[in-house]
Write a new protein. Structure first.
Length: 159
């Protein structure tokens, strides 16, 4: 510290501080040399981000109802599959086709159990036609037979 010389003039101060400021300016310039590149890159990325957000918003608007639509269609397909199984089980159990919609259950086993229980109640029988045979009108008493037939029908078929 013995070499210290006091600064006595403004020019000496400006020279000493000028060197120090120049070194600091060079260090700062070197540190931020790519500032213009980063600024341009940031502007480009900001533009691209805005475009991507707009495209995302447009896509969200376009596909807004698709989740509900897919859920509805899946439910519809499930209903058709269950109805198909019910029809198959009803026909294989020899139940009338109209009884298929009355079967209950979500799996084929449940539907088959219901069909078996319903089959115990609903017995398929071969029924004869309900109509009475034609009256014999060939004889002399055809008028009497026709009146008797009319009376029989008026009494509801029970005499």
């Amino acid at each position: 510290m013995a070499d210290f010389t006091p600064i006595t003039t403004q020019e000496e101060l400006d020279r000493i501080i000028g060197d120090r400021l120049k070194r600091e300016k060079d260090a700062t310039s070197k540190k931020y040399a790519d500032y213009d590149t980063l600024k341009a890159s940031n502007a480009d990325l900001t533009t691209r981000l805005a475009a991507a957000q707009k495209a995302s918003a447009d896509a969200a608007e376009k596909y807004k109802g698709y989740d509900q639509k897919v859920a509805d269609l899946e439910k519809k397909v499930h209903t058709y599959e269950i109805d198909s199984v019910k029809t198959k089980v009803a026909l294989s159990s020899r139940l009338p086709f109209e009884m298929a919609s009355r079967l209950r259950g979500e799996t084929e086993e449940d539907i088959q159990k219901d069909a078996d229980s319903l089959k115990g109640i609903w017995k398929t029988q071969n029924h004869q036609p309900m109509a009475a045979p034609e009256p014999d009108v060939s004889g002399a008493d055809s008028k009497k037979a026709a009146l008797k037939e009319m009376l029989h029908k008026m009494n509801g078929g029970n005499e």
